[in-house]
Design a protein. Structure first.
Lengths: 430, 430
């Protein structure tokens, strides 16, 4: 809201010098929340990234410089759920207090050397954990370009978009147990594959392993079973966003997904970035989403700017090479259905949501082939392999490949960055 | 295992007299686990049903007559998850101890009047809660008859069964947040409906509200991400079973489900019965499942008896009438894919499971029309309404309808019953 993020400019500075560098993901305008531990304190707890440092909120809570909701048991927790369950006013107050503590003109923490030594930790020395206990995971399918591409490849190039697509934010329930934090390796799955012209499937390692570049929002305030969230009130239920890699085994998926949707082709792993970017930090980067035609049914209608200008990239680094190739560049603003529309649709049946529910955007493919956000689309089902900078080619992912997603909102002299969601492919367990 | 359930006969008796009646769901051969509270102690805790009484395990734990795993903090819990996470040996030991305590020839509890007064509560006076915290919910589709019927109605009567169906236990991820315990009313959902010959969908209350009679098993011992559960070891991961009503909004489902599967048509409510029947109690009722043709791929192959003879019924009672009509009678043994095959398939990609995960069978339709297990099938998409005993008819469910599912295994002179999963339909929230 305007109070906390009045402008997109860089006039606000922190006494943490590294936060003021123009290319830094974590300036004082960002202040993302994560769960950290380090060698001196291996107990996971909540921290906020600032420059190349982490502010340990459990320490600030202990000395009562920072209390959320008057409680002393909110930040010394291994997950963000208790904090985000406090709802929007508490998030905003906490953010305002942290902003104040880190401003270059505030001496309270800046000049307290012994407290700084305990509360400010170099990011390079901390472990980053899953920031939330994900109670429910929903994956939407809200990029028109992606749905069109997949429909062309999997079904019918003449009628790629199904008739329900433009009427509702189509989605499916995902598997929560296999959501992992960036940096966790991903084992190539095995499963049933249907070779061309075969009568029966064979069993073996996936041969068409893929990523999907997505973002996800985290529900902050849930709703009661039977009581939908209206489109107008939906945004205040959203705590923040992360990057998400919806790892996909295309051959397993293709054989299994009719009629009940993707299952083993997706359930083996979903990676998220460790820092949750708050909606307050994203507020200055609001933009209008794509024009919606036909006009949605009334329960999905909204006016104004409900999308966000978030630049997104994927880098691929083969095993044993130092060289990464940026294989796609796209933007969240291409997503057709807004997060508010997604949440309104999800709950319109009466379905309840809970603090910590994760709701992914779907693959964020843009209109140009260079902005397609999966290998399935970039290589058109493996037919047009990508050229890598080290001379190699890729149809789908190979063992040892490291896939890294990054994203940021570009302000004037600073950026609100998402950090990264990365994972390396391990060989199948045979 | 043979130690605890040597026979299917009724020679084992309890000093709780009501447990020895032939029609009783909860004889000493059953001993299902649930979560209870009552007026004298409103804190939810774990109990075991015996006849028309509940044995309060928190009381027995407190006085150290019954300790699981040597701990005093397992039964005074609002969910079964900590107990079932102790794994199979602990379940069996606990069951053996409770069996011993309740046998007619054991005076320890029987003759301790003051302890009996505290530990034995009439079922009629207790509230039954959700027995588990469901971390993951998966709904299989493992009745060949149901898949054939739905394929005929929704797609193509000439090719109702899709080619993957006979090769794998097809499944989708369900929504955990809206799983409710028997007795909780179900609000008729609203959503997008596509009228025949219409160009665009309309929004409104579901007009084709349905039930699906299913059972579900509860995972007791999970597996680590990347390490599948093999078919041979799968059964020891299963704690027990419940009845499940997969409430379905057929009109919403039909319009939304291609290509990513059912979503709002299912996420508004799923009811389960409150008592978890252990696999030990079901052991004497093992039977061979249907012949599988083609022979499954090796990771799904098993020999021996891996199904169970569980008789299942659904009763429908319209609002304001005292009269219930039994509208279907079927049996779990019709299910084509065994629970072990379902679990092996679910994890073969490397997907991890956790104690408390719920995995539903899919609608248990039998071969005869009278054994179809949803109104969609029983009325053939509403075309052949059911006649009710009070003179009414049903195509799909009406407001005020009470749907009650029951199930039991018939022994010689006793039965292992599931209790019931019931719910009444409330009008849509307009």
């Amino acid at each position: 809201m305007p109070d906390f993020n009045p402008t997109r400019d860089s006039s606000l500075k922190s006494w943490v010098e590294s936060a003021n560098q123009p290319g830094c993901d974590f300036p004082i305008q960002n202040l993302p929340f994560g769960v950290i531990s380090d060698r001196s304190n291996p107990v996971p707890r909540i921290g906020v990234a600032i420059g190349d440092q982490v502010l340990d909120l459990a320490v600030l809570e202990q000395v009562e410089i920072l209390l959320a909701d008057g409680s002393r048991a909110i930040f010394n927790q291994p997950i963000l759920n208790p904090f985000i369950a406090l709802r929007q006013n508490a998030w905003r107050e906490t953010r305002a207090k942290i902003t104040a503590l880190l401003r270059d003109d505030n001496p309270v923490l800046r000049d307290n050397t012994s407290l700084c030594r305990r509360a400010l930790l170099p990011i390079a020395g901390v472990s980053l954990h899953m920031p939330i206990d994900v109670r429910g995971y929903t994956d939407f399918y809200s990029s028109k370009e992606h749905a069109t591409n997949v429909g062309s490849i999997f079904r019918d190039p003449k009628n790629p978009l199904l008739p329900n697509w433009a009427e509702m934010p189509v989605a499916y329930n995902g598997r929560t147990s296999s959501i992992i934090v960036s940096g966790t390796p991903v084992r190539r799955p095995q499963g049933q594959l249907m070779p061309p012209n075969s009568v029966r499937p064979v069993f073996g390692p996936c041969r068409m392993l893929d990523f999907e570049l997505e973002t996800a929002f985290i529900v902050g305030e849930g709703n009661v079973l039977g009581e939908p969230i209206s489109i107008d009130g939906a945004e205040k239920h959203i705590f923040g966003m992360v990057l998400l890699n919806d790892w996909s085994a295309r051959d397993i998926q293709r054989w299994e997904y009719v009629p009940l949707g993707p299952f083993n082709g997706k359930t083996f792993a979903t990676s998220i970035s460790p820092w949750v970017i708050t909606m307050e930090a994203l507020e200055p980067f609001r933009v209008q989403g794509p024009t919606q035609n036909p006009q949605p049914l009334p329960y999905l209608q909204q006016t104004g700017r409900h999308s966000f200008d978030i630049h997104l990239e994927v880098k691929l680094k083969p095993d044993g090479t130092g060289e990464s190739t940026t294989i796609t560049r796209t933007n969240f603003r291409h997503i057709y259905w807004s997060m508010a529309q997604q949440l309104a649709h999800h709950t319109v049946s009466g379905c309840n949501t809970r603090a910590g529910d994760l709701m992914a955007s779907g693959t964020i493919s843009g209109p140009e082939p260079e902005s397609f956000a999966s290998l399935l689309e970039l290589t058109w089902n493996g037919q047009k392999p990508l050229e890598l900078l080290n001379g190699g080619q890729r149809g789908f992912l190979e063992d040892g490949d490291n896939v890294t997603m990054t994203g940021w909102c570009q302000g004037d002299g600073f950026r609100v960055g998402f950090g990264e969601a990365s994972g390396v492919v391990l060989p199948a367990r045979l």
